[in-house]
Design a protein around this ligand. Structure first.
Ligand code: M6R
Length: 364
């Protein structure tokens, strides 16, 4: 039942504050402001490398977690999409750990990559939503995500719950490896606990986003750009838009624009710039100005300060609440998903069942 929404996707987008909070509650103790991992999780203090793999949106969640494992835990992360990882000659290290991310727990390539990593002596963990799935059964450790059933083919709440779980795991890893002290852990726990409220705030902007989406629906091509943790979110934005609206979209690291994609820019190409007011903001904004100088239509997604500082000439802006810089993808996912959703509804596509796609891809 769609709970009064037109589509499951809309229902699932709006459920996010609640299910992110549920997911966080599986990992963190609000009273002591500390993180705890399930029994038998990796011995992060000793791990020399973590291999992360997944497909589609789950892969983008994994890619965001690479930044977290590096920054908070100083842990080297090898990451690849499962359909590549499984056929690569990966130089796995003895006693290494491998982490797979999957909503359904049935994605054929992810399962095959898991089996390959196991055969190569890796300890296997999975961030998985369906507890009775194949991936959950075959993993040594399950890191839960409490998204509840996700019906829409486009992954939304599973993505942000994957992020919530992965952030908790990375913080716990940082603590175990001595990279984060107790105070740093507490600060991150507090920042994570704020995310459900911030996502709710971001979702409250749905009306304005719908109006912008009606204009995006006219475009033939759309570019998404971001830097750092927001680069994988740009990739996720493009995936979401193309899978449900059938508009061609590409995500790029903002710094890559001038290495090719900027040739696509003209007055008809919206460029969606994900740029919270963080340490990389100025660099991203200067890339946005390069786009604007070539007649491109820039849509900036940022906080109030970020929008104010961007200057004149923006085509459109979406204001997002201020959030811990490394946790921005959890909150910025909301406008990214709403843009795709309303663009698709403006075009009249079958949002919950887009053409050619299955919810769970059990073929290789
Ligand atoms: O069930 P999984 O998380 O393993 O699925 C992975 C991808 O098939 C999935 O995220 C897909 O990319 C979604 N349709 C994206 O919205």
């Amino acid at each position: 039942d769609k709970d009064g929404h037109r589509h499951f996707m809309a229902k699932e987008i709006h459920e996010q504050p609640e299910v992110i909070a549920h997911t966080l509650s599986r990992y963190l103790d609000p009273a002591s402001e500390t993180m705890r991992l399930p029994e038998g999780a990796f011995d992060f203090a000793r791990l020399d490398r973590l291999t992360v793999s997944a497909c589609g949106t789950a892969y983008y969640a994994g890619l965001i977690s690479k930044y977290w494992f590096e920054t908070w835990a100083g842990l080297p992360v090898e990451i690849d999409i499962a359909s590549e990882l499984r056929y690569r000659d990966v130089p796995y290290t003895e006693g290494g750990g491998a982490l797979f991310v999957s909503q359904s727990g049935e994605t054929a390539d992810t399962l095959a990559a898991l089996r390959e990593a196991r055969a190569r002596g890796q300890k296997i963990a999975a961030v998985v939503n369906v507890p009775e799935s194949s991936i959950a059964r075959e993993a040594d450790v399950i890191f839960p995500m409490a998204a509840g059933p996700e019906i829409g083919v486009a992954s939304t709440k599973a993505f942000t719950c994957q992020l919530a779980a992965l952030a908790c795991i990375a913080v716990a890893a940082g603590r175990a490896r001595g990279r984060l002290d107790a105070e740093a852990e507490r600060a991150l726990v507090r920042a994570l606990l704020e995310t459900p409220r911030l996502v709710a705030e971001a979702l409250a902007g749905a009306g304005e986003i719908e109006a912008i989406a009606r204009e995006i629906a006219e475009a033939r091509d759309v570019l998404y750009v971001g830097r750092g943790v927001n680069f994988p979110l740009a990739l996720e934005g493009a995936l979401k838009l193309k899978e449900i609206s059938y508009i061609h979209a590409e995500g790029y690291a903002a710094g890559e624009l001038k290495h090719g994609p900027i040739a696509l820019i003209d007055k008809d190409v919206p460029v969606i710039v994900v740029a919270p007011r963080d340490a990389l903001y100025e660099k991203t904004i200067s890339n946005m100005h390069e786009v604007m100088a070539r007649g491109g239509k820039a849509l900036l997604i940022s906080d109030r300060e970020g929008i104010a500082e961007a200057g004149d000439g923006l085509w459109r802006a979406i204001e997002t609440p201020t959030v811990h810089p490394l946790l921005a993808p959890v909150v910025y996912a909301a406008p990214i998903q709403l843009l795709a959703y309303y663009t698709a509804t403006a075009k009249g596509t079958d949002v919950d069942q887009p053409r050619n796609l299955a919810k769970s891809v059990t073929v290789e």
